[in-house]
Write a protein that binds this ligand. Structure first.
Ligand SMILES: Cc1cc2nc3c(=O)[nH]c(=O)nc-3n(C[C@H](O)[C@H](O)[C@H](O)COP(=O)(O)OP(=O)(O)OC[C@H]3O[C@@H](n4cnc5c(N)ncnc54)[C@H](O)[C@@H]3O)c2cc1C
Length: 420
């Protein structure tokens, strides 16, 4: 049986980062195999609702490394092959028809989109967007003047809606929350996004969840839980994802927060196995040691880089990178967000241009927990410093509400340490 020092299971950004960091940054000479269930070498997904979807950028731009990088760097990459089980005692993974042995195993199996039930006659008009193939199918119909029903107001739904409007299609966007991106950004920044989408012609149906689809003469019908129904041509379902924890569960690793429980260096309950990316629920020093799971691309990449350093040594210590994500609405808003938590009160920093946004999220004690920024890079930088500081300061709410006061100067006093 062939044996590798490191086997990485996954075909996303996290898997690509492990191999890339080991070979390019650390010059590791360990034997490495990357096993990708999809028929592609590892790639990143953000473009699938943005430039790649709209045909403005080729898929090759999303690859972590081009296919020829792997043989050139002596990394074995197996595409279109799925690991079906892990034998922890024998330290082997089983694929269809063969097994491979490992010294260290990294699980980077990502997440799969959730779906909603609908009648079979509209199966080919219901889409999720997670893979190159999903985006290619949707692209075929984008800009053909049809009416899209988008279920879910999170970043997939909002980004798709913006892309479809850019291409001149009609979009109805339905979701149960009060506003778009509410769970990720909070209501203040979320309603700014909703207003921008509405201004670009998206028909927003807030407070209207869709739990089921029907068919009307072959066209999908959204059954909204406010009692109304919307007949559309095609449906995009963007109602969140399910972390792919099947392998971890099969080999009885500890699970937490819907993902795989790890320590602050992504080591699972088996010291020879790491879990990273969307599936990792890591004990985060920045969150007071609490286990957190983040479904964002930069975090997944940073997990991969960190785990490569842990494997190669010397031990880089716990992972302390601040969760960051971006979202792009068409070519008219690039939203950035950093956080160590959610909830609390969103304070909009008044006085910026119409196209810019800065919202500081503060908790009950007045400490900053998150910042959403569009075209406000200074605020974002200051928020990074404040959120990674220990202790985290209490903010002065009045000064915070004025964008002419630099964020660092809107501090009123220091809190006790947050656990970092
Ligand atoms: C359309 C879209 C747009 C996005 N936009 C943004 C954005 O703007 N900003 C942002 O921060 N984040 C964005 N994200 C989220 C981001 O893409 C994810 O957080 C990221 O993909 C997670 O990377 P990952 O490597 O953990 O997993 P994934 O990218 O999900 O990759 C997991 C891979 O593992 C493979 N796999 C699973 N099980 C097995 C197995 N048993 N054997 C072999 N292979 C297996 C899967 O086939 C898949 O290829 C977006 C996601 C999508 C889908």
């Amino acid at each position: 049986m062939k044996r590798f020092d490191v086997i990485v299971v996954g075909g996303g950004v996290a898997a690509g980062a492990v191999a890339g960091t080991l070979r390019e940054e650390l010059g590791s000479d360990r034997s490495i195999a990357v096993i990708c269930g999809e028929p592609h070498v590892p790639y990143t997904r953000p473009g699938l609702t943005k430039q790649i979807l709209r045909g403005e950028r080729p898929e090759t731009r999303a690859l972590a490394h081009p296919p020829e990088w792997y043989p050139r760097h002596d990394v074995t990459v197996l595409t279109g092959e799925t690991v079906v089980d892990v034998d922890r005692l024998g330290r082997t993974v089983r694929l269809a028809g063969r097994s491979l042995a490992y010294d260290t195993l990294v699980l980077a199996t990502g997440a799969e989109p959730r779906r909603i039930p609908g009648p079979p006659q509209i199966d080919d008009r219901m889409h999720v967007i997670r893979s190159f193939e999903d985006a290619a199918e949707v692209r075929e119909h984008l800009g053909t003047g049809i009416r899209w029903g988008v279920v879910g107001g999170g970043f997939i739904g909002a980004e798709f809606a913006a892309s479809a409007r850019m291409r001149g299609d009609d979009v109805v966007l339905a979701f149960p929350e009060e506003t778009t991106m509410e769970r990720a950004l909070g209501p203040v920044a979320g309603s700014w996004v909703a207003r921008r989408l509405a201004a670009r012609g998206v028909d927003i149906r807030s407070g209207a969840g869709v739990t089921e689809l029907a068919a009307d003469g072959g066209r999908p019908v959204l059954l909204l839980d406010d009692g109304s129904r919307e007949v559309v041509d095609r449906v995009i379902v963007g109602i969140g994802v399910t972390p792919q924890t099947g392998l971890a569960a099969q080999c009885r690793l500890d699970l937490a927060e819907g993902g795989v429980a790890t320590d602050a260096s992504f080591r699972t309950s088996d010291p020879h196995i790491f879990a990273i990316g969307d599936i990792a629920a890591w004990a985060s020093p920045l969150h007071g040691g609490r286990r957190v799971r983040v479904e964002h691309v930069d975090t997944a990449r940073a997990h991969g880089e960190h785990v490569a350093r842990v494997i190669e040594g010397p031990d880089p210590g716990p992972f302390r990178e601040l969760p960051y994500f971006f979202s792009g609405l068409g070519d008219w808003a690039f939203i950035e967000h950093v956080s160590v938590g959610s909830g609390g009160e969103g304070v909009r920093r008044e006085g910026l241009d119409d196209d810019a946004l800065s919202v500081a999220q503060i908790d009950d004690s007045g400490a900053l927990v998150a910042m959403t920024a569009v075209g406000a890079p200074d605020d974002l930088d200051a928020a990074r410093r404040i959120l990674t500081g220990d202790p985290r300061p209490v903010m002065n709410r009045d000064r915070l509400a004025t964008s002419s006061v630099p964020l660092d100067e809107a501090v009123s006093q220091h809190t006790t340490p947050t656990g970092g």
